[in-house]
Ligand binder design. Structure first.
Ligand code: ZN
Length: 343
């Protein structure tokens, strides 16, 4: 019988201080060449162990091999000019970032994540999840000097993502997850073409597919933005119906300490729901009771066999010790929720 409330993280984990700058979203690497490649895998091994020690059921690579969740993919794409980055307002101008430019037809230079995906598969017997940026979020994180059309460029990226996703499946990955924080910003476009682009990226996959939609990392620009969203955050309401009708198996959402009305989860009928029970915008470590209570609230709207306790978003910019404690809180809270469900 499958585990009730199998636990997983959204994706990223902090990088050790010997690998990269700490507590940054775009950290600079501290090594280069072969030493950097080896160090990335060493950090991956460390986090596989930490997730197993905490007792998580689904294990990820913690995104230790990529500098940033979008640009890590783009670095392996031909047709992008990284030498001449330009400043662009992203997520509807919530913050400015220096982004590379699309200047020619897009093509993969080769495999993107083969080394870390195979390493992950080789070093745990538990189910493994691997994350890729979603097409709409990529389009919102690069400057277009070639396609002149967001949908056409998203579909071009979706084809490349699909190539890599199929290869990840062949590497032994059990769950391929696409990260689409942009869905919560461009809700009408997400429902109109974002979900189609996502399905193109997941086409032909036989492994489990997932999409992570969130209100972002716990950085200041995101925390400030959340204060403008009103008493109830209803962004998901506009995109969940399209996702419920899609072929994607699992949908992730923020729950703990967010103003997302819990009843919106009912819109995801037929999907596994990854419920955020760990806050990534606070260093305060959740108690198992808080985690189990959040799971309990979600159970009003999500069938128990479809509930996957998860983090609200990635833990990348956090302190390492805090992230480790939060992994343990996630596993202990899920265990408590199982005990409550059995009582
Ligand atoms: Zn996120």
């Amino acid at each position: 019988m499958p585990t009730l409330f199998p636990t997983a993280i959204a994706g990223s984990l902090p990088k050790p201080a010997w690998l990269a700058e700490t507590e940054k979203l775009w950290p600079r690497w501290k090594l280069e060449g072969d030493e950097l490649l080896q160090a990335k895998l060493d950090a991956t091994r460390l986090w596989i162990q930490a997730q197993e020690d905490a007792g998580l059921d689904v294990i990820g690579d913690g995104e230790q091999s990529r500098q940033h969740f979008v640009h890590g993919f783009l670095e392996q794409v031909e047709g992008i000019d990284f030498a001449n980055k330009v400043e662009m307002g992203i997520r509807n101008d919530r913050y400015k970032a220096m982004v590379p430019q699309v200047v020619a037809p897009l093509r993969l230079k080769g495999r993107v994540h083969e080394a870390e995906a195979r390493f992950l598969r080789a070093h745990t017997t538990r189910r493994v999840k691997f994350t890729l940026p979603g097409p709409m979020t990529i389009v919102d994180t690069v400057a277009d000097r070639f396609y002149g059309d967001r949908v056409a460029m998203a579909m071009a990226f979706a084809e490349l993502l699909n190539q890599e996703a199929l290869a990840l499946e062949a590497d032994g990955v059990d769950i391929v997850q696409f990260d689409e924080p942009a869905f919560n910003v461009y809700m009408a476009e997400a429902a109109d073409w974002g979900v189609k682009a996502l399905e193109r990226a997941a086409q032909g996959l036989r492994c489990t597919t997932a999409v992570h939609i969130c209100y972002g990392y716990g950085i200041k620009a995101n925390v400030d933005w959340k204060t403008t969203l009103g008493e109830e955050w209803r962004q998901y309401e506009q995109i969940f119906p399209a996702l419920a009708a899609s072929r994607i198996d699992q949908v992730s959402l923020e729950c703990i300490h967010s103003k997302v009305p819990a009843e919106l989860m009912a819109l995801l009928k037929g999907k596994d729901v990854m419920v955020g029970v760990i806050d990534v915008a606070s260093d305060t470590v959740e108690t198992p009771e808080e985690v189990a209570d959040t799971i309990g609230r979600a159970l009003q709207f999500v069938p128990r066999e479809r509930l996957v306790p998860c983090t609200n978003c990635g833990l990348a910019p956090m302190k390492r010790a805090v992230a480790e404690a939060k992994l343990r809180a996630l596993a202990e809270g899920a265990a408590l929720a199982r005990a409550r469900a059995a009582a």
